[in-house]
Ligand binder design. Sequence first.
Ligand code: GLA
Length: 396
Amino acid sequence: MRPIEQRAVQAYREQFLEEPAIIASAPGRVNLIGEHTDYNGGFVLPCAVEQRVAVAVGAVGHESGLNQATASTLLSQLAFGSDAVQGVLYSADFRELCPLTGKRTGSWADYPCGVVWALTAQGHEVPLFRATFAGDVPLGSGLSSSAAIEAATALALDAFFHLGISGKDLAVLCQQAENKFVGVNSGIMDQYASLLSQAGMALLIDCRTLEAEAVPLDLAAAGLTLVVCDTQVPRELSATGYNARRQTCERAAHALGVKDLRDAHVRDLDRLSGEELKRARHVVTENARVLEAAEALRRDDFVEFGRLMYASHRSLRDDYEVSTPELNAFVDLAAQFRALGARLTGAGFGGCAIALIKSEGAQALVESVRQHFAGRGFPRPIFYTFQPAAGAEVVR
Ligand code: GLA
């Protein structure tokens, strides 16, 4: 068991004075290329990071199965709501106990509650259960901590209640939880990547057909490091900016008479103008870049892969307009340090950027970014390096 999974188990023992029946975990993700293409029916190429959210699940037992503090907190919380309680959730990170109800509370518990809501909406019976969570995916940084908690919950409940739902269907279910319960109108990439990634592989996902192909990504063998820079820029505008871009894409697709922008070609673009043209140009060219990048990976052509990463960043900066000065500064510095490629990753508006660089050059880049950010009064960035990790797993 990974340390993070042990923490979830330990929390379960402390809160409920029993052993959990099921332990599962799911990773955050980094998207290598293919940004804002998922909700346009297109292609993405993410991989799982090493940080995960773990969950320990068991049945609700008798009164004696709660420690004294847990029981009294829960009772006082229940006194406030008349909603039917479907279970009990505890976060080891927030040290917080929440009743599982069908109501949104604006907290971490919305993600597991959303998964239960989506299961029920699909006609699955979800008897009472209790669960403890522990995670080390940084929150709100664009590494998809929310998808990780949804994916871990969905996989654990599928195993616990013997639902027999496929990984792909769990991804769709988690996306529904996010869209319809949590209220964030995201695409399918994050949940799909968290559930279905494989260690040592990137995952080429066709977001229309939901078919995927694992493409080997052995960075160590190539002497390369993927540096993730969390700019620590709060993504305040991300929800509104994200939704506005989705709507513009839908308008552009409508104007071109196609179902999704995935079906449009570069030659169609001169029928658009203004914002619709810029947004659509990003999506159409980005989709093509993803396929080229996967092809480059298949032949271990990291030089070409890196070139496509830089092109993706320029397109996100100039046409999709979701970059920030911090993300641009990171990419510019990466280029100065001869990184093969660099780009913002995730939705943009802050969050993370990545650079693919020869391993011996990674530390110098990190130090220079730290200095440069401090000099410009940017927030203090946080760096991660990782090898592509395993997707969601039931570990016991
Ligand atoms: C967020 C969303 C994803 C995807 C990316 C942009 O991470 O959750 O579905 O749209 O932004 O590529």
